[in-house]
Structures are given as C-alpha cells and as structure tokens.
Design a protein around this ligand. Sequence first.
Ligand SMILES: [Zn+2]
Length: 233
Amino acid sequence: MQTNQAKRAVIILSGGLDSTTCMGIAQAEGYDLFPITFDYGQRHKVELENARQVAAHYGVADRHKVISLGFLKEFGGSALTDESIDVPDMTKEQDKSESEVPVTYVPGRNLLFLSIATSYAEVTGAEAVYIGVNALDYSGYPDCRPEFIHKVEEVMALATRVGVEGVPMRIETPLSEWTKAQIIREGMRLNVPYHLTTSCYNGQKEACGVCDSCRLRLKGFAEAGEKDPIPYI
Ligand SMILES: [Zn+2]
C-alpha cells in the first residue's frame, strides 16, 4: 500500500461538533482530508471561523474551501437564514414542536452541499465524501435521512466521470445512527478539537445554551461524562 498515493476524502465541515468529529474519524480511517465549508448566510456565521480553525488544527488549511452560497439567504424560509423567523428557544413551551420538520431546516441544503462536495471530490480524486448527518437527533430533517443519502450516492455515480468509469464515490455518514453522547465519546478518543467548535444557532461569540442545538450538545457532553470546553453565556 505504501506505493499508492494516500486515499483522499472530502469532509463537509461546518465548524460544528458533528462535522469536526467527521474530520477526526476520516483521519483515523487513513484519509487525507479535503474540508469544504459553505457560507450560506447562516446567522451562526461564527461557524465559518471555527471551520477555518479546525482545518488549521488538522494541518489542511491550504486545501480548505469556503464556498459562498449566499443565494440561500435570498430564498430565506429557514430560521437559520431568515431574520424574520426566530430560532426556537427550547425553554419556552410554545417553541417546542413535535415530529414536523423544524424551522431550522434549510430548504435543499444538504442536497446542495453534497452536489458541490461531489465536484470537489471528483477534482481532487477523493473516493469518499463525509457528511455529519444524524438520523436520531435530526430525524425531522428530510435531508438527514439514510434513504436520502443513498439516493444521492446513486446520483453521484451517474453524474460523475469516476462513476461512469466504474469507481463511484461513496458518501460516508459515520454519525448517522449515533447518539450525541456516542459521537462525543468517539471524538474525545480521537482527540477531536471540540474547543474550536460551536453548535449554537444564534451566532454570538458565546453559545446561548438554550437553542435546540446547544441543548443537544450540552446533553451529549453530560451523558458522555465529559465537560464541554466552549464558553456559554
Ligand atoms: Zn444556542
């Protein structure tokens, strides 16, 4: 194997806990990391800086792509991209919703992300694209479901030269069936730099601690018996 060029993977890196864990997992799997981050007008823009720091931590800042998808903010339609829609505060009873698609869902986001990541993967010769989707905590998000991922993988095989030539790329979703606590335990084992990550939907320098995403994160650290290294308001 030594004579072969190291295998490569594109990692969709948001600067959050899940995607940063994917960096650690892909590295442990022996991949050269090619991170890609999307600026889609998210209110939690502080993520972008986190993503840069994570890429630098893994020594791959030079191949880290930050791609502007500013048009998603023009579309709006999500609490993450539309100032007129509030991010739910899970301490308030009226903000809790059951089973339906959450207002923090960004229409078409993962479909776009995977399409663009496919392009970067094909150009760099990557054999896999890692995305930190989770089917447990984000079960309300249609584009986090395994059936969605499998279909995109089929489309990737049809859409790319490497697919036509018989070596299609894979989509790796190592976190898909894990609880937050399992993700954090594995990340701690792999020395994932959680101090460089953020999960808060509200986008201040310090995390709010009460949005859906902060709550999941704090609960995950508590269940994993670990201390979250980032500051909270
Ligand atoms: Zn928050």
